[in-house]
Design a protein around this ligand. Structure first.
Ligand code: GLY
Ligand code: MN
Ligand code: MN
Length: 418
């Protein structure tokens, strides 16, 4: 399913161009093919900045935009079909087909790329290159080597900056079509949740629960999960990103799932926790009910003008109070042992969307989508509970995009009972 039309991509590129000063050049390459082992590829996932601006899901492409003097330049270079490509990986889009998807006028094959780039780069002053920030001791990846080579070939480039600083602020605010894509991803995810609630029982392996979830993702139209599925039972639920899913579910386990289907490259991100027996009982029931109350309070706390830092601070207060009442901690400073993450993050083309902005705990604005995912992880009792919903910030408040995915105790028990 494609939810975006030419005008959506035209609009995004127009907004990007508005941010450019004379001498600015923006280069955004498509994601490289990544290999699982030897020549076996991972399923392709496009670079999020590249997809945002072009709507194209193919590799070996480069988007470029520049403002030199008052002249606008914009082009997309793609790989041309040839018999070898067609035999091994299938026909790629032609230049005309690409134009039809994203409304760009200048779509060329890669053999034209070098000349076009040479003349732009020789006249530019600031290069905004879209790259993934890496640490000072990590090996230089393909992008870093390319940037280094551009720096040497074009010493006229005074500044080389990350294009994220131009594109991320645009990606932060979701358009109605982007919200629609996320709603679809959430709809597929809901099917996965319902199916696993119906099928889960003690004795099953965690990976068998994963199968029940991802079967529904794919059956409904998701190409792949937005991130690695987490199914964690009992003590494994206290491991935040437990992805090995190798254990057998036991009789009195709580099972934590953290899952998200993908639609048009947009990801859902939902966590639910439920009892393997189908009934919440004893302390597990009380802890779940208390955390659910907190999660609902936090969702109501989301509104424009409030910052993610404030939501984090409120979460710590509420969870600390809860942990004290269950006698796990004596004062607030002890909360981190049982709640060692933040309350949420922005969501979109990346599951942890626009990370650079996210880390600064931004002020919420209409059109942002954030997750609200408080959790408590009690290793000594083999308990981990996380409840996560995807929240759209609206003009006056918020809309829970995943409100239909059951999380009330009665609702979960009813579905599990069958
Ligand atoms: N699924 C990863 C997260 O919740 O942040
Ligand atoms: Mn999650
Ligand atoms: Mn999340």
């Amino acid at each position: 399913m494609e939810l975006f039309n030419k005008s959506e991509f035209n609009e995004r590129r127009k907004k990007l161009y508005k941010k450019l000063s004379s001498g600015d050049i923006v280069i955004v390459p498509s994601a490289p093919t990544r290999y699982k082992s030897g020549t076996v590829e991972y399923l392709y996932k496009q670079d999020s900045n590249f997809y945002y601006l072009t709507g194209i899901n193919e590799e070996n492409c480069t988007f470029v935009m520049a403002k030199i003097g008052i002249k606008k330049y914009e082009a997309l270079f793609i790989e041309e079909n040839n018999p070898n490509i067609e035999t091994w990986t299938g026909r790629r889009l032609s230049a005309d087909e690409v134009k039809d998807i994203n409304g760009m006028e200048s779509v060329f094959y890669n053999d034209k790329c070098e000349d076009y780039m040479n003349s732009l780069l020789a006249n530019g002053e600031t290069l905004y290159y879209s790259y993934k920030q890496t640490g000072m001791n990590s090996p230089l990846d393909e992008d870093m080597n390319r940037i280094e080579s551009l720096r040497k070939h074009f010493p006229n480039l005074t500044y080389i900056k990350n294009a994220n600083q131009l594109i991320f602020p645009l990606r932060t605010i979701k358009s109605p079509s982007e919200v629609k894509a996320m709603e679809k991803a959430i709809e597929y995810t809901a099917e996965g949740v319902l199916n696993v609630l119906r099928k889960a029982k003690p004795g099953m392996f965690e990976y068998q629960l994963r199968a029940e979830i991802e079967y529904e993702f794919l059956r409904n139209g998701s190409r792949q999960p937005g991130f690695n599925t987490i199914v964690a039972s009992g003590k494994n639920a206290a491991v935040l990103h437990y992805v090995s899913m190798k254990d057998v579910v036991k009789k009195n386990d709580l099972i934590l799932i953290d899952i998200g289907a993908d639609c048009c490259n947009y990801s859902a991100d939902i966590s639910r926790t439920f009892p393997s027996s189908g009934k919440f009982t004893g302390k597990k029931r009380d802890l779940y009910a208390a955390l659910l109350d907190i999660q609902k309070t936090l969702i109501q706390f989301v509104k424009p003008g409030r910052s993610m830092r404030e939501v984090d601070e409120k979460t710590i207060k509420l969870i600390s109070k809860m942990l004290k009442s269950f006698k796990y901690i004596k004062d607030e400073s002890g909360y981190f042992k049982y709640y060692p993450h933040s309350v949420g993050h922005m969501l979109g083309l990346d599951t942890h969307d626009v990370q650079g902005i996210q880390r600064k705990k931004p002020v919420l604005k209409e059109g942002m989508v954030v997750t609200i995912e408080p959790g408590v992880y009690i290793k000594e009792d083999s308990i981990g509970i996380r409840i996560e919903d995807d929240i759209l910030v609206t003009k006056k408040g918020r809309r829970n995009l995943s409100a239909d995915i059951p999380k009330e105790i009665d609702a979960i028990e009813d579905i599990m009972e069958g």
